[in-house]
Ligand binder design. Structure first.
Ligand code: UDP
Ligand code: LCN
Length: 824
């Protein structure tokens, strides 16, 4: 379908389309007549192409049209709205760049239209009255952003930190007095009231600059490893406080970075300086929903990769904080609190325990605070889609029972940074950060909006089940309130050439009857940064590291994979033990597509002859699940095993909760010279991909979402397109055929996968990046204080007038009713 033509960057669709239509006027008249024939509707690219095919039956003529400018415009169209006699097109030539045009089917005249007009077109399909209401509420966050610099290149999206450093550089540049905001910032740094870096003796840029020269000369005469304590008193007299470094050498380097920035700032020294400043000691991480625990929770409703991510993230952040604090010459214990809800009805987990130390850390804990209702504490788990009524109270500090009050109590003061996770955590983080005036970061993990087609315009239909009205507004609020966004991949922000990003889909959307968001978020905002997670390398290590292998699990894994009998943990068996295994592990959701993989395997004889299939996920007995989607998937799996007579070649293992054993399972699959397959219809990031690659297992993963970025196709693994199952299964079969004739082929991909991980996907890299973000954006929010205040006021109004009334529509469960989890 790809078109050979492209437009120059300066060429707009509105300028080009008339000419393009004119060149094929006869066919286009027919084609547009087809488009409007069925009346008002939303058309996606494939609909446009289907109708075009019907309108131009001659293949050569069709190809000619598609290869020209018109083909290009159609191919870059994300959707078209038909309101006869017009068709409005939303065209996206590059990530983040949208243009809207309307074409008259009568005379093929073209007119560029605004985002507002395009959204009104869309509303006409579902709610004409609202579309025509002159007083319909329009939300426009861009109107408050005019003073904030924005990136301009698609390729720079997600690189906010370095952009902000450059911009700060230009702000502080010029006369020495221009560095005063930095001096004021340094003056404000403290830990629990104890001053850090400088005191009021050095309250101007000039004084600081002069003192730094003297201090540097003094330090040059000292042995590099002289401890800070030995010259602390003298430094204090000069106006310097602790925090510059633990040794003379470190202090000197930090001072040099400040001197450079005061003299003539450049982004490199700016970044270096902020990576060294003692700004972050106490961190709060919100993740209210699900069962949040360290053991026996994976597989429970709404508890998946987010929990794994956060627990590993905490370990990495604590480690990095400890290192930085030591290097800053401070004797301070960092604290990280993961704040979640306490669930009295904990079902054998520790989710009813208030405080739980996080394994593998020294100073980090899970703090659980129950949800309060009018009838007291909510006893049971609630779906993340129904969680909104409890969040405001949860975030408050009004009574000792509220989360913020508890946090302040446990931390004995304000945190320096609050990080939210997913819609609920991000909203709570926004409320708390705003109240306490602290720096905020957000992590989406997965934004639901893109998972369901037309979920904004159809919100009324979906709301009873998913409460998307609350979710999309909450997400938009948090994206705008936060100081920085931590994304796992570029595609999460701005998608790919063909597909809009998850954040990008919030740039303009409409909820007819509620509000028309003409500017929800701008993906060119420098708050966006990419910091990809890793996998815990003490758990997920290469299969070749024989001395580290967890051999005690081998008998159990042997049983799990090869025993002949079906039981509660596994069904199906593997007749030929010599064959390599292709392996997949995921929650049994439709979108994870484990049933899709089973079907591809079932249909592909060549693949079946080459390898066995092992999948981990869900239960076998549908009556054990309360999740409608999961029940359907379980039934589908059984039907596929039957239909393709897979017994003897497939092993289906129920959801696993022991990550140590899981890691050894990945390695045992690698021992068979097998592969990991992640077949999801869409995957926001995909931790299992990272885990498998860390274990040295060659990996085939979906090209829809994060894995497309994690793996370089044909180099560090392979992409598969879940929409083309036959191609995917043939690609896997080709690999194993090549492995048969070339003994080095398997190793090549095993090693390249590991190399890719170590270069880009480790928690060490992540922690370093995130703490740098926290430090730089803490200063950035100060530099943009007025603008930030104005935005927070706007958000507050939106929250109070819109969000709070929507929350009232979300039912609060009566405790007697049985829990019916919603689909994930
Ligand atoms: N997982 C697990 N047991 C299972 C299925 C998954 O322990 O039966 C783990 C898996 O190892 C990974 C996480 O759950 O650490 C899933 O994360 P991913 O990002 O792949 O998907 P999510 O569930 O978050 O959508
Ligand atoms: C949620 C998802 O859907 C996964 O793709 C991610 O890997 C996980 O969260 C961790 O961020």
């Amino acid at each position: 379908m790809a078109s050979a033509a492209v437009l120059k960057r300066s060429e707009s669709i509105a300028d080009n389309m008339p000419d393009a239509l004119r060149q094929s006027r006869y066919h286009m008249k027919k084609c547009f007549a087809k488009y409007i024939e069925k009346g008002k509707r939303i058309m996606k690219l494939h609909h446009l192409m289907d109708e075009l095919e019907k309108a131009i039956d001659d293949k050569n003529e069709r190809t000619q049209v598609l290869e020209g400018k018109l083909g290009y415009i159609l191919c870059t169209t994300q959707e078209a709205i038909v309101v006869p006699p017009h068709v409005a097109f939303a065209v996206r030539q590059n990530p983040g760049f949208w243009e809207f045009v309307k074409v008259s089917a009568d005379d093929l005249s073209v007119e560029g239209i605004t985002t507002t007009d395009f959204l009104k077109f869309k509303e006409m399909v579902y709610d004409e009255k609202w579309a025509k209401d002159e007083n319909a509420l329009e939300v426009d966050f861009a109107s408050l952003d005019s003073s904030i610099p924005h990136l301009t290149l698609s390729s720079s999206i997600g690189n906010g930190l370095s952009f902000v450093s450059k911009f700060m550089t230009s702000k502080l540049n010029g006369k020495v007095e221009n560095a005063q905001p930095l001096v004021d910032y340094l003056l404000s740094l403290n830990h629990q009231g104890e001053k850090l870096m400088i005191n009021s003796t050095l309250d101007t840029a000039l004084k600081l600059q002069t003192a730094l020269v003297v201090a540097e000369v003094f330090l040059s005469a000292l042995p590099k490893d002289t401890p800070y304590q030995e010259f602390e008193l003298r430094f204090k007299q000069w106006g310097f406080e602790k925090g510059w470094g633990d040794t003379a050498q470190r202090v000197k380097e930090t001072m040099r970075a400040v001197s450079e920035v005061v003299q003539a700032p450049d982004p490199m020294h700016m970044e270096k300086l902020f990576s060294r400043l003692p700004t972050i000691f106490n961190v709060v991480i919100f993740s209210p929903h699900g069962y949040f625990g360290q053991s026996d929770v994976l597989g429970l409703p709404d508890t998946g990769g987010q929990v794994v991510y956060i627990l590993d993230q905490v370990k990495a952040l604590e480690e990095e904080l400890l290192l930085r604090i030591k290097q800053q010459g401070l004797n301070v214990k960092p604290q990280i609190l993961v704040v979640t809800r306490l669930i009295p009805d904990a079902r054998g987990t520790k989710c009813n325990q208030e405080l739980e130390a996080i394994n593998g850390t020294k100073h980090s804990n899970i703090l659980r605070v129950p949800f309060q209702t009018e009838n007291g504490v909510l006893q049971r788990w609630v779906s993340r889609f129904d969680i909104y009524p409890y969040l405001e109270k949860f975030s408050q500090a009004c009574s000792k029972k509220d989360a913020t009050a508890k946090i302040l109590d446990v931390m004995e003061g304000n945190p320096d940074l609050v990080i939210g996770n997913y819609t609920d955590g991000n909203l709570v983080a926004s409320l708390m950060a705003n109240k306490l005036g602290i720096t905020q970061g957000t992590i989406a993990h997965a934004l639901e909006k893109t998972k369901y087609e037309d979920s904004d315009i159809k919100w009324k239909e979906l709301d009873p089940k998913y409460h998307f009205s609350c979710q999309f507004i909450a997400d938009t609020i948090s994206m705008n309130a936060t100081d920085f966004v931590i994304a796992s991949t570029y595609q999460e922000i701005a998608g790919s050439k063909d597909r809009p990003g998850q954040y990008e889909s919030h740039s303009a959307f409409t909820l007819p009857g509620l509000c028309r968001v003409i500017s929800g978020i701008n993906v060119f905002d420098p708050k966006f940064n990419i910091a990809a997670p890793g996998a815990d390398q003490s758990v997920y290590f290469p299969h070749t590291e024989k001395q580290r292998r967890l051999t005690s699990f081998h008998p159990a894994i042997e049983e799990l994979l090869y025993s002949k009998e079906d039981n509660n943990e596994h069904i199906g068996h593997l007749g030929d033990k010599k064959k390599p295994i292709i392996f997949s592990m995921a929650r049994l959701d439709v979108v994870k597509n484990i049933s899709g993989l089973t079907e591809w395997y079932g249909k592909n004889k060549r693949l079946r002859n080459l390898v066995n299939l092992v999948v981990v996920g869900g239960f076998f007995d549908p009556s054990k699940s309360k999740d409608r989607e999961e029940i359907a998937e379980i039934q589908k799996m059984h039907a596929l095993i039957e239909k393709y007579q897979l017994k003897g070649q497939i092993r289906w293992i129920a959801a696993q909760t022991d990550r140590q054993r899981n890691s050894e399972l990945y390695r045992c699959i690698a021992d068979t010279k097998g592969a990991f397959v992640q077949p999801a219809l869409y995957e926001a990031f995909g931790l299992t991909v990272i885990e498998a690659m860390n274990c040295g297992l060659p990996t085939f993963a979906t090209n829809q979402g994060g894995p497309a970025e994690i793996i370089v196709d044909g180099v560090s693994g392979f992409h598969i397109d879940p929409s083309y199952g036959d191609d995917a299964s043939n690609k896997i079969a080709d690999f194993f055929e090549k492995c048969k004739v070339d003994a080095t082929y398997w190793n090549k991909f095993s090693i390249a996968g590991l190399q890719r991980i170590n270069e880009c996907y480790t928690w060490k890299i992540y922690a370093n990046k995130v703490l740098n973000m926290a430090s730089i954006y803490s200063f950035w929010r100060r530099l943009n204080k007025e603008q930030k205040q104005a935005k927070l006021r706007y958000i507050q109004m939106f929250y109070n007038l819109q969000f709070k009334s929507l929350v009232k529509n979300v039912p609060i469960p009566s405790e007697e009713a049985s829990t019916v989890p919603k689909p994930n």
